[in-house]
Design a binder for this molecule. Structure first.
Ligand code: HEC
Ligand code: HEC
Length: 404
């Protein structure tokens, strides 16, 4: 100790020393807090509320749904993160530009009314095939955004964005954002420019602070926020879901269709598209479902795994909300559900790459009668969830952070 006074007390009484010592420490602590910690108010008349106090958001897992969610530990779901993600998803300035004809964000192609595909009736994307800001067509048609928080096998038709991608920047939903910003067939932009633009937009830096504790806008945090929003896009309220919960009856045609869907001698759909015990209506795995005999797409599953057996294989999409999402398959070759059913019924093509789960290949299809096909279709239509496409929490925000 270097204070003469203190030495005096120490000599006199260790008790007095303790009191003085703790008092000094408290004063020191107060000084440090007041001077060093930014934002801690020195003024007594203002109640201090820190900006970064994220509110945890727990996904309510619907009954019968799997309990394993694909949420990385470094991006927990928060109310503030989801709110920011929703703004960004719908803000066309994600292109890094502000001119009306240069706007593009996720919502340009992923429309809620179509279960987040662009739809066969899109005024600009003829037949449902979107193109990017510089008019380059996307290599494949679209995938919907439904229940993606349960997909741990890989995103995109070929599953390239997955936990086993050698690049740590291509492993989860967080990463799809920068990929969309730079892809020539999407925004074809520049990540630094986008971050700088959002840094300059009133309201956004504060939202980044609330969500991530820093007002510094980065594309990484944009991706984290958008991924959080995308993980909330849950569909679990179709007629079939309500039937499973004992709240609604299926018609006899829908019930027959369900049985056909679930039996090998019938439609034999369940191996790849879920069903009883798997209400996602997909395994989220990759198969060649027998559409062709020659495979030339450089972006199929083979391009990701290098395994020759994966030629012509793609992710089996969920069968929820089919009525809102035509056209079908990675190349949009089928315009209606009837065309898809006609294909599975009698037009299967053999190749060495066809999935062994396509059990009816010897007869080129499942060979159901027209009434049976109608039943199967009725069941598929019972998987539509109109509350999903009407959910206001998934919709374009009424105002953006810099709107007055
Ligand atoms: C130009 C249109 C377009 C834009 C803009 C776009 N997407 Fe997509 N998105 C697609 C297409 C097409 C696919 C299917 C691509 C493929 O797998 O080949 C896709 C696939 C996806 C998937 C994979 C879904 C699955 O089941 O695996 C996710 C996730 C996704 N997009 C998120 C986003 C996000 C987030 C944004 C905004 C940052 C965005 N997309 C912007 C067209 C677009
Ligand atoms: C061996 C696995 C497998 C079986 C069995 C199977 N499918 Fe598929 N299904 C797939 C794959 C893989 C795709 C995507 C293929 C592509 O895009 O090229 C697909 C695509 C679809 C699509 C289009 C979805 C979209 O968003 O584009 C529908 C509808 C469909 N299947 C319905 C059925 C029905 C009904 C049955 C039973 C009659 C069935 N599938 C049996 C694997 C399978």
């Amino acid at each position: 100790m270097h204070f003469p006074g203190i030495r005096f007390f120490v000599h006199r009484s260790s008790f007095a020393f303790c009191i003085l010592h703790s008092a000094l420490c408290n004063i020191l602590l107060l000084c440090v807090s007041a001077c060093l910690l930014p934002g801690l108010s020195c003024r007594r008349d203002q109640a201090y509320t820190p900006l970064y106090q994220p509110t945890p958001y727990a996904i309510a897992i619907p009954k019968f749904f799997p309990t394993t969610l694909n949420i990385p530990p470094d991006n927990p779901m928060t109310v503030e993160g989801i709110e920011l993600g929703r703004y960004l998803f719908y803000d066309g300035r994600l292109s890094g530009r502000t001119e009306p004809d240069s706007l593009m964000s996720c919502c340009t192609c992923h429309l809620q009314s179509h279960s987040f595909v662009c739809g066969i009736d899109h005024p600009k994307f003829t037949g449902g095939h979107p193109f990017g800001l510089t008019c380059v067509l996307t290599p494949h048609f679209m995938l919907p955004m439904i229940n993606l928080v349960w997909d741990s096998h890989g995103y995109l038709w070929n599953g390239k964005v997955s936990a086993v991608n050698p690049s740590p920047a291509m492993r989860n939903l967080e990463d799809v954002t920068w990929m969309a910003i730079v892809a020539p067939h999407e925004i074809h932009g520049d990540t630094a420019r986008v971050a700088a633009l959002f840094q300059s937009l009133k309201g956004y830096p504060e939202l980044f602070t609330r969500a991530f504790g820093s007002s510094h806008v980065t594309v990484k945090n944009m991706g984290r926020a958008i991924a959080q929003f995308v993980r909330t896009l849950i569909s679990a309220n179709s007629k079939f879901d309500r039937f499973m919960l004992g709240k609604e009856h299926l018609t006899s045609s829908e019930r027959n269709g369900y049985v056909l869907f679930m039996t090998e001698q019938g439609g034999d759909c369940f191996h790849c598209h879920g069903g009883e015990g798997n209400p996602l209506f997909t395994t989220n795995l990759f198969y060649n479902n027998g559409k062709d005999s020659l495979f030339t797409d450089p972006g199929d599953r083979l391009s990701v795994t290098g395994n020759p057996g994966d030629a012509g294989s793609y992710k089996a999409p969920t069968l929820r909300n089919l009525s809102f999402r035509a056209p079908y398959m990675h190349d949009g070759r089928f315009k209606t559900l009837d065309e898809v059913l006609g294909f599975y019924n009698s037009n299967l093509v053999w190749s060495p790459y066809i999935s062994p789960l396509m059990h009816h290949i010897a007869t080129h299809g499942i060979r159901l009668s027209p009434p049976q096909l109608a039943d199967l279709k009725a069941f598929l239509v019972a998987l539509n969830d109109s509350s999903f496409i009407a959910n206001p929490a998934f919709a374009r925000p009424l105002k953006f952070p810099d709107d007055n």
